[in-house]
Write a protein that binds this ligand. Structure first.
Ligand SMILES: *[C@@H]1O[C@H](CO)[C@@H](O)[C@H](O)[C@H]1NC(C)=O
Length: 198
């Protein structure tokens, strides 16, 4: 009995400190996920319960780490995108359209997939949500359901449509889009282009 009590007392801090963490990563690009993955793994190793919805499940099962895999929804070619900001206007616009297309086309299949629907029917009590702010905001629908404090993560320059969420100023008259190789000294026509493309 005493031994059991000591054991419980010793392990108590592990349980009381461990948070239930939900990771939401809707982008199918591996290079982005490689930035977040070490953080998620480290959190599970520190005693937190980590559940991750992403295109990149762990190769081997890990304690306190649960994957909800989206791999069977990924579209061929969506892992690699050529975004050449020094290219011609056509090349830049094509890159923007491509990023938008991948973002738009994944939302429906992702949110209606059996794996995400089953997740939403389960226990949604989480202490904190980590979500990637990149090309698509469709996983914000899951945030709305789970309603836990949410931390936005970005593995690259913040995309213009997320600036509002971060409270960043975003004025197209002097802040060029990531896709443009302009300085903050824009000509009138560059400002018009920057505004329209934004
Ligand atoms: C993807 O996998 C899930 C199980 O994780 C399955 O229920 C679903 O039908 C699969 N979807 C497709 C499009 O294969």
């Amino acid at each position: 009995m005493v031994r059991a009590c000591v054991l419980i007392l010793c392990t108590l801090p592990l349980f009381t400190n461990g948070l239930k963490i939900l990771g939401l990563f809707s982008h199918s690009g591996k290079s982005h996920h490689q930035v977040f993955e070490p953080l998620l793994v480290a959190l599970s190793e520190k005693g937190h319960d980590v559940t991750v919805i992403s295109f990149f499940p762990q190769e081997k099962p890990r304690p306190r780490f649960k994957d909800i895999s989206l791999t069977n929804l990924s579209m061929p070619g969506s892992e690699v995108m050529n975004v050449d900001t020094k290219g011609s206007r056509i090349v830049k616009y094509k890159a923007i359209l491509l990023i938008k297309m991948f973002a738009d086309s994944i939302c429906g299949p992702l949110l209606s997939s059996p794996q995400v629907q089953n997740f939403l029917k389960g226990d949604l009590s989480y202490d904190v949500i980590l979500i990637e702010f990149f090309n698509s905001n469709c996983m914000m629908a899951i945030v709305e359901k789970v309603k836990a404090p949410t931390i936005g993560l970005s593995s690259c320059v913040v995309m213009p449509h997320w600036n509002d969420h971060f409270g960043n100023p975003d004025n197209p008259s002097y802040i060029p889009l990531i896709y443009m190789d302009y300085s903050d000294q824009l000509s009138f026509l560059e400002r018009v282009e920057n505004t329209v493309i934004s």
